[in-house]
Design a protein around this ligand. Structure first.
Ligand code: AMP
Length: 188
């Protein structure tokens, strides 16, 4: 099973991915987490992407595609991949389709978590207080939402053309959203 949890920053992708990992034993493939780990480890890649991330911009497609490719065997062995924060551009989505095709699989579902902008900004500001992520300042949050609507939201029609998009209300409690995702994954 390969599912994409899709939506703007702050919509709950990370939280809900972790629940799916705990409940179903699937593997969360979060390119944001992978990049943050590279930075924390002080690798050359981490140094290269730091300023781009802190400005709220997207790192290059080639970098994130390679990070994802390295982790696909592990997800396959676990029986499921939850793509969280990837793909974020049409080029990344096309690359993912091809990578999965090469392995004899495909994207099964794209779960779109719908949350309004006001709620997103509130959640991200709260996360900034709790976690201190350098890209959770108000200016950068606004930039990240702009990048989302400009470069990432166009993926919805891309996947809708393949009949894969399932919209889920992301405004409820964590349990309500988790139930919405479970129901969406049951749909054919
Ligand atoms: P996230 O934790 O998913 O919000 O990602 C944090 C930051 O990492 C983003 O604002 C981008 O700078 C970078 N990033 C994460 N995933 C991607 C991706 N798929 N494509 C490009 N940049 C990414």
């Amino acid at each position: 099973m390969n599912i994409i949890l899709f939506g703007p920053p702050g919509c709950g992708k990370g939280t809900q991915s972790k629940r799916l990992v705990a409940e179903r034993g699937w593997v969360q493939l979060s390119t944001g987490d992978m990049l943050r780990h590279a930075r924390a480890a002080g690798t050359e890649l981490g140094q290269r992407v730091a300023a781009i991330m802190d400005g709220g911009n997207l790192v290059s497609d080639a970098i994130v595609i390679e990070l994802i490719e390295e982790r696909l065997p592990e997800a396959e062995a676990a029986g499921g991949a939850i793509f969280d924060g990837f793909p974020r551009t049409v080029a990344q989505a096309q690359a993912l389709d091809q990578l999965l095709l090469d392995r004899g699989t495909k994207v099964d579902s794209v779960v779109e978590l719908k949350v309004n902008d006001e709620e997103l900004v509130q959640r991200l500001v709260k996360r900034a207080e709790e976690e201190g992520r350098p890209d959770d300042t108000e200016d950068v949050i606004r930039k990240r939402l702009e990048v989302y609507y400009g470069q990432t939201a166009p993926l919805i029609p891309f996947f809708a053309d393949q009949g894969k998009v399932k919209a889920v209300d992301g405004m409820g409690s964590m349990d309500e959203v988790a139930a919405g995702i479970a129901a969406a994954l049951e749909e054919k």
